[in-house]
Design a protein around this ligand. Structure first.
Ligand code: AMP
Length: 417
């Protein structure tokens, strides 16, 4: 019997070239967009001390309670594969004294993230995010700028059925007071609540807000709203963000149910989703986290940011970049032609011509067919002691004296196109 075939771990996937092309196109488009708005690249490790997420994301969140890939390394330290990016970016901001740079510090990142969730369409255990963060200013123009950048990213990706929901969570103090009020309300409706929400009435009553459980939803209908409890400065801040979005013609729905699943948010929260997707419809979201840097041991530093899911965006988008066609395919018409062909490919690439050559021992006819399939504009046919350049569009074929002439001719064909 043959050896057992191995598969990618549950909840993970391989990216094959067709999909890889779409991902790369999206990442390039995001990079261009964010760079153009003054955001700079940042990279942090894919694993961090577990404590960073416990302290940053919040002990009573789904992510920290159930979804972290944590393990002990050989040195006995508890480390965790990053479930999200903001805590790591704040850790790096503190560690490298970035508060000494001109503020705000505007950063973006992309890469893999890990959550131990039940896999389904659009939900994986390893997934990719693009994220952007602005630290060091609480100006509402940054909230609006970031929201509009994510809207633009989705637009450029051709994402269908995009909707934006917006809310404000106020400050931690407001939320504490509101939590007391909400806890009382939930206790009075305890029997209607989902088990999950009931178990967290004490620790995290806000989680009831976005529950889809019918009983919990009904109980929340009659609950006091956090949006109505905002301190005047926070209400004003929200008002300023809304005005800027409205000036920009950005449509949104003010949604008091929006709390997001992480503890660090203050003031603005937002989420984009797509009606083209099923149960896992969130494309990306974020908000303000004015207390997080301090909570992680840094100087008081406001911040705002978002993260968007690469797989979800692509699921909801029409993005379909075609495979890049080579300008030139170098064909072999003699068993002695390999070295000359190899040299032509190198010279062509050095001249900025996208070139590939035959590597699979096809007949000349087979090579021309293959070059056609690749979409090559020209083929150089290398014989034992002659060189031909074939224009694949017209079928016209011409003998040339040497490699340099062949390359010039191919370059000329490119100019015509
Ligand atoms: P969050 O920080 O949880 O709002 O995540 C930001 C975005 O990442 C979401 O809106 C999704 O698009 C994406 N995302 C989060 N978790 C997963 C997952 N398990 N699989 C795929 N995408 C995810």
């Amino acid at each position: 019997m043959g050896a057992r075939t191995l598969q990618a771990p549950r909840g993970t996937f391989d990216v094959l070239p067709e999909d890889g092309r779409r991902r790369l196109t999206l990442l390039r488009s995001g990079t261009d967009l964010l760079s153009g708005a003054g955001y700079e690249p940042v990279e942090t490790p894919v694993f961090e001390e577990t404590e960073l997420f416990a302290r940053g994301v919040g002990e009573a969140t789904d992510i920290v309670e159930k979804e972290m890939f944590s393990f002990e390394d050989q040195g006995g330290r508890s480390v965790t594969l990053r479930p999200e990016g903001t805590a790591s970016v704040c850790r790096a901001y503190i560690q490298h004294g970035m508060h000494k740079r001109p503020q705000p510090v505007k950063l973006f990142y992309s890469g893999p993230f890990f959550r131990y969730e039940a896999p389904q369409a659009g939900r994986h255990r390893q997934f990719a995010q693009i994220g952007a963060e602005a630290l060091g200013s609480d100006d509402p123009s940054l909230d609006a700028e970031l929201i509009l950048l994510l809207a633009e990213l989705l637009e450029r990706a051709g994402t269908r059925g995009v909707r934006l929901r917006l809310s404000s969570l106020g400050t931690a103090a407001t939320r504490r007071e509101y939590s007391v009020e909400l806890r009382e309300h939930l206790r009075a409706h305890e029997r209607e609540l989902s088990e999950d929400v009931r178990a967290r009435i004490d620790r995290n009553p806000l989680r009831a807000s976005d529950s889809d459980h019918p009983g919990t939803r009904a109980a929340m209908e009659s609950a006091p709203r956090l949006l109505d409890r905002l301190a005047p400065e926070d209400a004003e801040h929200l008002q300023a963000v809304r005005a800027l979005l409205e000036d920009a013609g950005q449509r949104y729905e003010l949604d008091p149910r929006l709390v997001r699943g992480l503890d660090y948010y203050t003031r603005t929260v937002f989420e984009f989703d797509s009606e083209a997707l099923g149960a896992q419809s969130a494309l990306g979201g974020g908000g303000r986290y004015d207390a997080l840097v301090e909570q992680l041991g840094g100087p008081p530093t406001p911040g705002v940011g978002w993260a968007a899911g690469v797989e979800r965006i692509l699921l909801a988008s029409d993005l379909d970049p075609s495979a890049p066609a080579p300008d030139l395919f170098v064909a072999l018409d003699s068993s002695d032609a390999v070295r000359a062909a190899f040299a032509i490919v190198r010279a062509a690439r050095a001249a900025g011509i996208a070139a590939t050559m035959e590597h699979a021992g096809r007949s000349l006819k087979g090579q021309l067919k293959h070059a056609d399939r690749l979409g090559a504009r020209a083929v150089v046919i290398v014989g034992a002691d002659d060189l031909q350049v074939r224009n694949m569009r017209t079928g016209e074929q011409r003998a040339v004296a040497e490699a340099g002439e062949a390359i010039e001719l191919v370059a000329g064909l490119g100019d015509e196109a």
